[in-house]
Structures are given as C-alpha cells and as structure tokens.
Design a protein around this ligand. Structure first.
Ligand code: IPE
Ligand code: IPE
Ligand code: MG
Length: 240
C-alpha cells in the first residue's frame, strides 16, 4: 500500500500513543449528553487503527480510562465500562481479521466489572498470535500506578538497592516488551499528559491538536506523523 504523501516509510514511529480527549466537549457543543461523545469516539478509534495499519505502526496505545476517571459521575463511569465492553464485543473479530493483537495496560482492580475483565481475557486470547500491530488499550491506567506496581514487584522479587536500575524498573512495567512511544498525540487542545505512560514518554515527541477526539480521523494521525518526522530527536546528544 502506498504511504500517504509526505510521509517517509523509513521513519514511521514504531509506537504511537493517543490521549483520546474531548468527547464530553464534542457532545456538549451539540447539546448532547457527554456519553454521546464517548459513543462518537468509536469511529475515531477505528479510523485511527486503520490509519496506523496503513502506515505500518507496530504498536498503538490508546488511553481509554485513567485511574483518575473513577472520580467522574457514577453514570458516566458505568457508561464507560459498558462502552468499553461493547467495543470489544463488536470489534474484536474485525481487529483479529486485520492481524491486530489487542493488549491491555492498567490495573485490574475490584472496580473493573467482571464482565469487562472476561471480554478482555477473551480478546487477549483470540488475538494473541497476531503480528501486524499491537493495539494496547490503556484501561484503568495511571502512569504513577504503573511505576508503583513495578516497584512492588521489585520488592517482591527481593531486588537489593544496589541492583535497582532503569532496566530493573522497565522490565517490571505492564508491557515490558513494547518499546517506548516515539509519538504521543493528545486531542482537544489540552497541553498536559494526565498520567499517561509517565516512565515511557521520557523522550517521546508530544503533539497537541485542537481536534476533539470524536472528530479525529486517520488524516489527523497522518498530519501528526508528518510533524513528528519534521522534528529532530536528540536524546540529549548534540547532533552534527
Ligand atoms: C475523553 O474525553 C474520554 C475519557 C477520558 C474517558 P472526555 O470525557 O475527557 O471529554 P472532555 O475532556 O470532558 O471534553
Ligand atoms: C485523560 O483525559 C484520560 C483519558 C483520555 C482516558 P482526561 O479528560 O481524564 O484528563 P484531564 O482530567 O483533562 O487531565
Ligand atoms: Mg477530558
């Protein structure tokens, strides 16, 4: 498949993260309840997945529910649990056909409904041998919680202080085999990270766009990748 114009196939980000934000505002602007914005976000998710497949992105992480999102009204939280379960049921066969391996990142605590956990496990199992792209759904995910969980494992593993290094932490994160994101896109005009992949974004390129998530489509992803490719990543070095 031909690359979209202006994108260099050799420098496509291996891992892209998206903070899918702005669903509530999208709905409010239309006089709709916030939940309608989440529903409208489904089209954005799957067009973005298609775009990432077109580009040959190897890992796509979507921030679906943060450890702080439990603070929202109970109705909205309940809606989001059902919505995420519904997406898995409605879309997993299609993702499987496209060779996508669905994975999850986040805490599976008592607040996550059993039924949703079951759908997550079924989806993991269905898609586990797929190799085209990892779709990582960050659900009940918090970057600080992830680091706390890694430190807990370090202690459980009896690692001595002298043996604690970046590798020791890194290998205990939720998905240690996935490389750090090269590019993180946040929609809706907010310029903040909101606890997304704190450890992993140390050297990620961050792009903030005003587009609200339900309006986001693969062309917006392509624009972000063009901007990414125009940047110089230095990793603290001096490039000559
Ligand atoms: C992002 O949209 C979806 C989730 C956080 C689950 P929001 O619901 O945060 O939408 P805004 O930011 O209120 O517009
Ligand atoms: C970040 O968006 C979380 C997700 C996209 C799942 P929020 O809307 O929760 O972030 P804040 O509250 O604006 O920082
Ligand atoms: Mg928001």
């Amino acid at each position: 498949m031909a690359m979209p114009p202006g994108i260099d196939a050799a420098r496509v980000p291996r891992h892209v993260g998206c903070v899918m934000d702005g669903n509530g505002r999208w709905a409010s602007r239309r006089g709709l309840p916030r939940t309608e914005g989440h529903a409208a976000g489904e089209a954005a998710i799957f067009d973005t997945v298609e775009g990432a497949l077109e580009l040959g992105v190897r890992h796509l992480t979507l921030y679906a529910f943060s450890t702080e999102n439990w603070r929202r009204p109970a109705d909205e939280v309940r809606y989001l649990m059902g919505f995420n379960e519904g997406i898995l049921v409605r879309r997993r066969d299609e993702l499987h056909d496209r060779g996508v391996r669905v994975r999850f990142s986040g805490r599976r605590d008592w607040r996550v409904p059993r039924r949703l956990i079951r759908r997550m496990d079924e989806t993991l199992e269905l898609t586990k041998r797929n190799k085209v792209m990892d779709l990582v759904i960050a659900f009940n995910y918090g970057g600080r919680a992830e680091i706390v969980d890694a430190v807990r494992r370090l202690v459980q593993d009896g690692v001595s202080a002298a043996k604690v290094d970046e590798r020791a932490i890194r290998t205990r994160l939720y998905n240690p085999d996935i490389p750090d994101p090269d590019l993180v896109v946040r929609t809706s005009g907010e310029s903040r990270v909101s606890n997304f992949l704190l450890w992993e974004i140390a050297y990620s390129e961050l792009i903030f766009t005003d587009t609200l998530w339900p309006d986001f489509r693969r062309d917006n992803l392509f624009d972000a990748v063009r901007e990414y490719q125009a940047r110089e990543r230095r990793f603290g070095e001096v490039k000559r």
